[in-house]
Write a protein that binds this ligand. Structure first.
Ligand code: BJ8
Length: 417
């Protein structure tokens, strides 16, 4: 096992790992957790919050509050909350729920789809608690994005009631906004029927203000990562961002506020290394493989262009417009590779690379995600024009490619150092 470890602390812990040990995730995690303990005490809030959240959801169910499960940023939380329901995101980032999914789904589809579906099947059929939040869900609100997800949603009703929100595939076409607006109205009506609560204009405005408050806080949080060196590791940010999809908005904001206050006064991090942006597919909870490897190899992750990064909060909803129209405009603007053309994503990536002063971009695709994989070429060309190097990685949730990814990341970091 060969490590090119730039961090002194990391090097001393790696020295305790026998040379013959296989390079696997548990070793990397052990090394990262032990060698580079975070100096940010506020991160503990997020570690503890999940259990509290599960307890709160159980309580809500007893009190008759409906729980909605979602799989995508395109489903506006504001409408769910305005109807008096709660929501939890069901995207799977774990490998252990994939085998059960492969009994029904093809093996050669994206691991996020298999992991998510496997968690639902597991929870519904085996009663096992691989994902303790799945049995708490009353209904899934899915969305018509990539082909794999759309077809999986046709099978999902065998396990959980499922509603599918449609999306215009070409958001820039003149008819797109009106079509999406009508979809959001239908969705609002569906939520009213589910909860018995009218989705009023006032409630929508309240929820838009609340969601914008979270978005502004996240801008403050990410803004601090522009420092050199940044005050927090990228793998820590990812774990925090993954919690955004489980915790209630209040809980999440409380955690981010504390973290920002602490980061503002924290002693600067001592780690230095090439500043890296990760761009591409979401990394759902349980999936931290690539950021862990990048940091283990000495890269400093400063920003993520993904649904577990900037894509989830970058744009705010206009608080002065008719609320449903403002929601339709904002959500249609999400730069996901499932829509076409996706020029705004390419521009966003270049802009982020400049804002965060990145020295290299790691383009991350989940295996068999054709949308992000094909869009890679356009991203690469745009970055090349700006003379920003890019490394493309395609991976699944398994451990078998850790060593190979490590070698490629190592070479990339050497090249841009
Ligand atoms: S807005 S990125 S959360 S669709 S499932 S597209 S990885 S093949 S998750 Fe997504 Fe909404 Fe877009 Fe974000 Fe590819 Fe896998 Fe499909 Fe995926």
């Amino acid at each position: 096992m060969k490590f090119n470890v730039r961090c002194h602390l990391l090097r001393s812990v790696m020295a305790t790992v026998p040379d013959t040990a296989p390079l696997n995730r548990s070793i990397i995690n052990m090394v990262i957790e032990n060698a580079m303990p975070s100096s940010l005490a506020s991160l503990d809030f997020f570690k503890d919050a999940y259990e509290l959240r599960i307890a709160r959801l159980k309580e809500e169910r007893v009190n008759g509050i409906k729980i909605v499960g979602t799989f995508c940023l395109y489903v506006p939380d504001e409408i769910i909350f305005a109807a008096g329901a709660d929501r939890i995101v069901l995207c799977g980032g774990r490998a252990d729920t994939i085998p059960v999914a492969e009994q029904s789904l093809p093996r050669n589809i994206c691991p996020l789809i298999k992991s998510s579906f496997g968690a639902v099947v597991d929870a519904c059929c085996e009663g096992n608690l691989a994902c303790p939040h799945v049995p708490l869900v009353d209904v899934v609100v899915a969305e018509a994005t990539c082909d794999g997800k759309k077809k999986m949603y046709e099978i999902l009703p065998d396990y959980l009631p499922t509603y599918v929100l449609d999306l215009p595939q070409k958001p820039e076409s003149p008819e797109a906004l009106n079509y999406f607006l009508s979809e959001l109205k239908k969705f609002g009506k569906f939520m009213e029927d589910l909860t018995g609560t009218i989705v009023s204009e006032d409630a929508l405005r309240r929820e838009i203000r609340s969601a914008n408050e979270t978005r502004r806080l996240l801008h403050r949080f990410f803004g601090m990562r522009k420092r050199d060196p940044p005050p927090i590791r990228g793998s820590e940010v990812l774990r925090v961002m993954q919690k955004q999809f489980f915790l209630s908005p209040d809980q999440f904001r409380q955690g981010i506020s504390r973290l920002c206050d602490e980061m503002e006064h924290a002693a600067p991090e001592t780690r230095t290394g090439p500043r890296i942006m990760i761009s591409g597919c979401p990394m759902a909870a349980g999936n931290t493989k690539v950021p862990d490897i990048i940091e283990q190899k000495g890269g400093v992750i400063v920003v993520e262009e993904s649904c577990t990064g900037t894509r989830s909060f970058w744009d705010l909803v206009d608080e002065d417009k008719d609320p449903l129209t403002a929601l339709a405009e904002r959500y249609l603007d999400i730069p996901c590779a499932c829509i076409t053309p996706n020029d705004q994503r390419i521009a966003r990536i270049v802009d982020l690379a400049k804002q965060y002063d990145v020295q290299g971009v790691v383009y991350y695709t989940l295996q068999f995600c054709h949308a992000y994989n094909i869009e890679r070429l356009r991203v690469q060309r745009a970055l090349k024009k700006e003379k920003i190097p890019m490394l493309a990685l395609e991976s699944d949730y398994g451990d078998s490619d850790i060593e190979q990814i490590g070698i490629r990341v190592d070479a990339f970091l050497e090249m841009i150092s």
